[in-house]
Design a protein around this ligand. Sequence first.
Ligand code: PEP
Ligand code: MG
Length: 748
Amino acid sequence: MTTTHGAPRVLLRRLREIMALSESGEVRLARIVVDIAGIMVAEVCSIYLRRRDESMELVATEGLNREAIHKTHLARGEGLIGLVVERAEAVNLPEAQEHPSYSYRPETGEEVYHSFLGVPILRQGRAVGVLTVQNRTPRHYSEEEVEALQITAMVLAELVASGELGLAKGAVSRKTRMLKGAVLSEGIALGHVVLHVPRVAVDTLIADNPEHEEQRLADAIEKLRNTIDDMLSRGDVARAGEHRDVLEAYRMFAHDRGWIRRMNEAVATGLTAEAAVAKVQNDTRARIVRQTAPFLRERFNDLNDLSNRLLRMLTGRTTAADEDLPEDTVLVAHTMGPAELLDYDRERLRGLILEEGAGSSHVAIVARALELPAIGQANSILNFLETGDPVVVDADSGEVHIRPTPDQVSTFQEKVRFKARRQAQYAKLKDQPAVTRDGVEIELLMNAGLLVDLPHLEESGASGIGLFRTEFQFMIASTFPRLDEQQKIYAQVLDEVDGKPVVFRSLDIGGDKVLPYLRSSHEENPALGWRAIRMALDRPALLRTQMRALMRAAKGREVRIMLPMVSEVSEISAAHELVDKEIRHMEQHGYTLPERFQLGVMIEVPALLWQLDQLLPLVDFVSVGSNDLLQFLYAADRTNVHVAQRFDPLSSPVLAMLGEIVAKADEHNVPLTLCGEMAGQPLEAMALVALGFRSISMAPASLGPVKAMIRSMDAGAVRCKLKEVVSEERGEVRRQLEDFAIQNEVLI
Ligand code: PEP
Ligand code: MG
């Protein structure tokens, strides 16, 4: 293979001619392999495409036995083809048969070939096919040859995606199907599929005038930066701080020098501006697919989103977001950036399904804020549905029903109606007091973390925010929020709650809550690691900046700060010292001090239970973080699906422990709340009230059901029942409490 210099250009020209032919897909593929083999001086050129069962089917070949076309299927992961798919990158081998992955297929007659070069045909980061060349002589293919084949694979990817090849064999089956995923944002949605295909078809790959392409690329980048600036100054975004943070990240990426240099280099090889953007996007995607670090993937999603915007500018194409959406759109995508989701008209969106997407991803945070039912990690779902398919997103159980049966549709419609009726009933309770039948008043508070959560305070009738998880803002930002940025957000929160109390929890980061911009070392047990207050005391500037921002934001109003994951009394003294320093600093610099400053502690580490007598006199309030407290009490990881549900919070040890905390808080006269998930479950909340809790904090959606339960219960009667149940030690606390509630018409 000596005549391949300039191969990319020659190949691209030839491909353009073949694409212009009005022949069937099969014929065009056959021509393509002949031409590639000729231009690249290879004895063999073959194309394999992915089938529904994930196998790779030989669909065209020059050099191998043609009889094998459509007959040779390589199972997932099989052979060198499987290796290319798995790695999603080129495999370049002088002696293919010596490679452990080599799989011999007699029907192809390939045993006489030694060297092998295979490149993936990538679509949305996944290999949908493989393009190979082989030679009789053992040789290592040059970088330029690899590049030439990769560019050809890009064109093939477009052809496959456009459906022009007419290879209908892999089309989606029309059967009803259920797929399981992970809940990203709760709720149920019925609707019709709209595929969010950000990929923009690039028809013109080869540049006639490279200088002109350079200029086009530069102009498009400039335009892209301007649109982001425009978005940032738009009223709705400017108000919603977290959306703003996301866009700030975009602005940063849009100035990324490495990205721009790589695109310019691609233009220099003779590609058009759009082909250069697509090539760099594909290369980055292939590299990132093998990365498991969530923050790297999240960065890539942002970059990918930007590339798609750039492609649309260069080609003048639009996305589904710009087209007429059905009234009941369920968006389906492999992955999606948060700003892409925000591009859609929320009025028309019913649900979201992603093949990727972790609960902590940016898009999931935005979906929750928009109250959009969303399911992630729905593996390979794009293989099973098409635009217009009816679909049910059951983001309560994490199931997607594709093309549901009429029975399934009516069952889910009934569930949705039932939820709506209940919601309407709860809305009526909004201004009613949360008082039990025997006159015990309970303070119901709301958990929040983003500015878009705040309207729920008014809607739900909560009397304040019992837990503001400040780390959420930090998790969606691209860089560590500066003092003035933090101050602005906290001031917005305090303005919006209009005098109602807010408990700001200091940063609970570390462990699995990774901040992309904060370097952290690998930890074997992140939940037990360097996190929350531990990190804050080792890096005091973090906590001091946050306190300073809060106190300045308060402008004389009251400030409540709560410390997470405290394990020793000494940590509280250390935090007090930092607070004192901060107050002195404010005084020295002439700032107005908060009208009142309260410092509280979360009880979520069991060791604190034996330090309550020393701890309680030092704090203004405490709040039980039952999510963490229970995971440490039962030694059961709250994020591990195999054990998270294994132990019941309504069990004797938990109730005994909580009872003791109530008794100690009463003895020391320190206000007590519980802000873990338990508080939002009506039956659990009933037990908490019976134990003596007079304040609980929960997700906004739980406030209605819990208030309805409180207004129907008799605290004294439940307390007696609870004592009896716990002392019997029959281990059936939940069932007995449930029976009691039903008999006594408590709305659980
Ligand atoms: C808890 O641990 O119960 C809690 C409220 O905090 P988080 O869920 O944020 O850890
Ligand atoms: Mg916690």
